[in-house]
Design a protein around this ligand. Sequence first.
Ligand code: PLP
Length: 346
Amino acid sequence: MALTDPSKRLEAIPPYMFAELERKVAAKRSAGIDVISLGIGDPDTPTYPYVVEAMQAAVADPSTHQYPSNRGRPEFREAFARFYDTRFGVEIDAETEVMAAIGAKECIYNLCFAFLDPGDAALAADPGYPVYTGGPVLAGADAVVLPLVHELGFVPDFDAISATDLDRARLLFLNYPNNPTGAIVPDGLFERVVELAREHEILVVHDNAYSETTYDGYVAPSFLATPGAKDVGVEVFSLSKGFNMTGWRCAAILGNADAISTYWRLKTNIDSGNFEAVQLAGAAALDGPRAPLEEMNAIYERRRNLVVDALGTIGVEVEPPKGTIYVWAPVPEGHTSTSFAELVLE
Ligand SMILES: Cc1ncc(COP(=O)(O)O)c(C=O)c1O
């Protein structure tokens, strides 16, 4: 084995798709080509001024300069409790039912290490955000992919999961509004998931990255508003997209207090929490006005319409998504998503 060979676990996951895409885009750009990236979902407008101002004040406060508490500052947890109450009608105990995370990606990855052992499995929607499958594999467990079925509204067919996989599954990752299909949660799905999780003792992880990024008057619910959800699950809420804060690394995990405590136990061993000034800015974001979010969503809605209309004119019919910043369109016969994206780039 060579000095710099990666571990078998790292070898087992494909190179991070966006990293590979970035490399190809960079090569085109250095060849002088103007590439418009429709790839990674990274807001291109600045973080809202009121959040930046809160950060400026927080950075000047020496109480934010020391090692952060891994649980998160009380101001951050309390702002989340208020936000979940007013926005989703969900009661959150700021002491035990919410904890700060350094982005949803970190949180989901660490949940894999907190709950999975070799032989265990995580159920992950396919297509889906890559860490739902990479996280379990890096943790030495398996990822069982659940194809999202178009006819069911881009929902997995839970009846198709084998008894063995249900038996060894310890985590189920879901995400609505959904990346990348743009689907919104169909009526009754979260209720069905709570039942399934109860029956098979699976911890549900609902990745709520896009509830604030919605169109056409659609208001997305929290998984935690489903009766019984807190008994079987957690929700990861990221400020990245809804509040234009991708670079800030600001999220939280909410819901089942025992699960959050286990996550905390893992987290204290491997990281030191997120910068408390970021947490104070995050609290300001959650408590702040809705108008900037609505303005941003109006920009996205206009872009969505442009893309959907343009696709229509070349014969690609897509349902305009009611949420997220993605348009999921069929590729021509004979292509995979990757090969078609490469063709377009070329
Ligand atoms: C479904 C989903 N989850 C999580 C993330 C990452 O969130 P964060 O920036 O909080 O790590 C993204 C980003 O694209 C996403 O689409």
